[in-house]
Write a protein that binds this ligand. Structure first.
Ligand code: TXA
Ligand code: MG
Length: 317
């Protein structure tokens, strides 16, 4: 067993808090993907985190909080933002808001921008650690920049080994895809990253309109949404119904070729939520086989299927 791996427990929460206070890096589960957390007011910790991920310095981090009140110390939490947070936090929704002058968030962790992305994750372990720590926590997804995000503690170890100070194993992430990001810092409000939460729900629940730029999903552009992202080392090709010899096959639903090897089915029942839950795990598993290609069967383009297709699209470009 790895020395830096602990199962979720009271002790691991205490240790994580202690580590964060001392500028160390701790991987913690959220409901979307595993994050690798650091103290966003500690420039040394932030630099360590960027180095660990090999993340370009122009790509700002999401700041995690356990309440609107905590976020209001460093962003201008507008009335609309409050309505939206009230409806969807804790949950897979990140809000970009105008930065307030503060001592909590070092400029380096937000790439010197005048806005900050904040999220309250629906993860008891993460919320407990924020509570113990007493301050906001920065946490990008726990993967090397550009590679597939992590949805299990083992994925985090596969990515970073002993280079991350502590990994807390809390099982597999319930949702499996990153949070939806919306920019509320200017009107019209726009979506910056497709995610688990369908933005139509925001309008339904709050009456607040967030514009999609869905004509070409590749245009959705947070600074870090580089075109190639979420990518396995093996070339990935989408919309292939019949795999060839040498292909690793990622399928979906009942009507698939069931005699191809190797292959994995994202959801034999054709359930898109289950497919999202399995997507990064199965991509990592197929990538480990080092086949010629990973080929993916067409995935329906509705609901969470839109986000799955967007992630696969970036993985294949
Ligand atoms: O589900 C998630 O959001 C996960 C978990 C760990 O919370 N986090 C995550 O972080 O996906 P990361 O670093 O992999 O992606 C954050 C994205 C990047 O594309 C970054 O460019 C964008 O958020 N971002 C952060 N601050 C921003 C800002 N002020 N304006 C626009 N985009 C921003
Ligand atoms: Mg990421």
């Amino acid at each position: 067993m790895q020395k830096n791996l602990l199962k979720e427990s009271k002790d691991s929460i205490k240790l994580a808090t202690d580590y964060l206070k001392h500028g160390k890096l701790v991987s913690i589960k959220t409901e979307t993907v595993y994050g690798v957390a650091c103290n966003p007011s500690n420039i040394i910790a932030i630099k360590k985190l960027y180095n660990l991920k090999n993340r370009p310095s122009f790509n700002p981090l999401i700041i995690h909080v356990n309440s609107v009140k905590m976020a209001s110390d460093f962003v201008d939490f507008t009335e609309d933002a409050k309505k939206i947070a009230h409806a969807f936090w804790p949950g897979p929704l990140t809000l970009i808001l105008k930065k307030k002058k503060n001592n909590l968030i070092n400029d380096f962790s937000i790439s010197g921008l005048d806005t900050i992305a904040v999220r309250m994750p629906n993860s008891q372990i993460f919320l407990n650690i924020i509570k113990n720590f007493g301050n906001p926590i920065a946490a990008p997804s726990a993967n090397k920049s550009g590679y597939i995000s992590s949805t299990t503690a083992q994925h985090v170890l596969d990515s970073f080994g002993s280079k991350v100070d502590l990994v807390i194993d809390s099982g597999k992430c319930e949702l499996g895809l990153e949070s939806t990001i919306i920019d509320l810092s200017n009107e019209p409000y726009i979506i910056k990253r497709l995610g688990v939460l369908d933005i139509k729900k925001i309008y339904k629940k709050t009456g607040i309109n967030v514009k999609t730029e869905r004509k070409n999903t590749k245009n959705i552009n947070s600074p870090g949404q580089l075109e190639k992202h979420y990518s396995p080392k093996t070339p990935l090709i989408m919309n292939i119904k019949i795999p060839k010899d040498g292909d690793a096959f990622l399928s979906f639903g009942k009507n698939y070729i069931d005699n191809h090897k190797p292959s994995l089915n994202l959801s034999s029942e054709g359930n898109l939520k289950e497919a999202a839950y399995n997507l990064f795990d199965f991509l990592r598993r197929l990538d480990k086989l080092s086949m010629k290609r990973i080929v993916v069967t067409p995935i329906p383009k509705h609901g969470i299927g839109i986000t799955i297709n967007e992630r696969l699209n970036r993985a294949s470009s």
